[in-house]
Ligand binder design. Sequence first.
Ligand code: DGT
Ligand code: CA
Ligand code: CA
Ligand code: ZN
Length: 583
Amino acid sequence: MDKEHVAAILQEIGVLLELKGENPFKTRAYANAARTLEGLEESIETLVSENRLGGIKGIGEALQQKITELVTTGRLEYYETLKASLPAGLMDLLDLQGVGPKKVKVLHDKLAIDSVDKLEAACLSGKVAELAGFGEKTQAKILEAIAFRKQFASRHRLDEALSAATPILESLRGLPEATRCSLAGSARRCKEIIGDIDFVVSSREPAKVLDFFVGQPGVRQILARGETKASVVLEEGIQADLRVVSDPEFPFALAYFTGSKEHNIVMRQRAIERGFRLNEYGLFQSQKETRDPALCLPCPTEEAIFQALDLQFIPPELREDAGEFLAAAEGRIPRLIEWTDLHGSLHNHTNWSDGSETLDQVAAHVHELGCDYWAITDHSKSSVQARGLTPERLREQILAIGRVNQGFKDEGSDFRLLTGSEVDILAEGRLDFDDELLAQLDVVVASIHSGFSHNEAEMTRRLIRAAENRWVHMLGHLTGRLLLKRESYAVNQRAVIDACAETGTWIELNASPQRLDLDWRLWSYARKKGVKCVINCDAHRNAHVGYLTLGAAVARKGWLTREDVINTLPLPQLRRELARKRS
Ligand code: DGT
Ligand code: CA
Ligand code: CA
Ligand code: ZN
């Protein structure tokens, strides 16, 4: 368990205590302890195992016991009990802009409000404005916050959808009554934002599967429950739909509920052109709508359905009616990249800037996971909030990385850390370090972290100027977007891609789940122009190494193959490519 996780729980305990009306000193102690933990250099596991928590200012005996329990057992009884003693909906209220624990407590005590729906009703009837300390203005603000939340409640990031879906899929697979189980819908297609999660299961006993599905611990609310389908809202606030079919129907239901809708329409049309009917129940030898099993062409898998329609198999990620039919009809669907093709990441941070771990900890972790190389690209000096490195510190870091690499060499290992920088692109496209320093680095990523409000022409110009620098290997998170949080700054992405093509500059696919930037929709254009992709974790802690799988999924959605992605190369070839633009 990492310290961010422990800190998040302590923080939440502080909030829960405040909701209960505990004295402010106690609640503040938890918030302070959380902040202290986040700032620690050492790993929390080491501190616990060596019994050294007591030496940290602000961590008294009670807190020490709780942290120790949490780190050693993975859970904390006190926290679970506390959480269970309050209605779950109260935490949802806290998510509303401008509503803090004090207000939630009053709303709960005076008006018995424990959900967003109840709060909305109370605001509409004017009861909230009458509460002491609220008033008309606050009431109107709360209604505004609720409207905003509703707009986003049905949109979730892919990583959040997948981490909610995975355990459900696992437990469905464990059911004896379930024959085949799959994720479907936009999550299976790896859209960066999804509306709801869809599952398809085949079974002879749909009632048992549905009972299990709606009765799982992660279900907050049952929206609908029928003979063959159910919809629930999960604890995470995400809706999940399940469809149960017979096993011969499974491939058809899976293809149908994977979508996209636009893709399905073309599939259905192709079937009609061939004298068939295609729907979620089968592919039928029939001129009109039917679900008569006697007329169904047996297709044991999705592959067989595509084959029956004279198509190469279309991977789910490509099912957007964005050129996949033409390619599949001509047998031109490429072999898409797999995450296991990746040998390392070329944009990552350590505790030298705003990352969590030391060089040694990062190197040991990624080496253990089987990477061949890992570039350390901490922030540059202008990124003050991210503790960007001065030129002196960067020179020190180059030496420190040399020492880490010497250690690997001495052990006979070929693994290497690469030196680097995520250098800020300043106004007018100047870079935060001079060329002489950049030339000493193995890997240079150039990114924009400030001056987001410039107009499109200026932002585009900044990025193009950075690409024109011969020491810059790639542009990082090209649009600066944060999914569901912050829009891209104004930029002409195609013009930047053109400049990268001309200068031999690569473009990053930033695999951090809140970025997934460059967007999958633009990779076909970049690929056509001959611009190479680099799938980067932008890791700020070791757990982020897993983002490589998400990055590869989105790269697949952008039709990228192993040949299009630089960090599929082994180290010697990578070094040759790194030298190319500079020679
Ligand atoms: P989402 O949930 O908004 O992110 O997007 P999807 O694609 O998961 O859409 P969803 O959950 O409404 O439905 C799952 C799939 O079911 C969808 O991708 C295609 C299929 N589907 C649903 N409604 C229709 C429809 O009216 N016509 C066709 N052709 N397919 C449909
Ligand atoms: Ca869906
Ligand atoms: Ca759905
Ligand atoms: Zn960055």
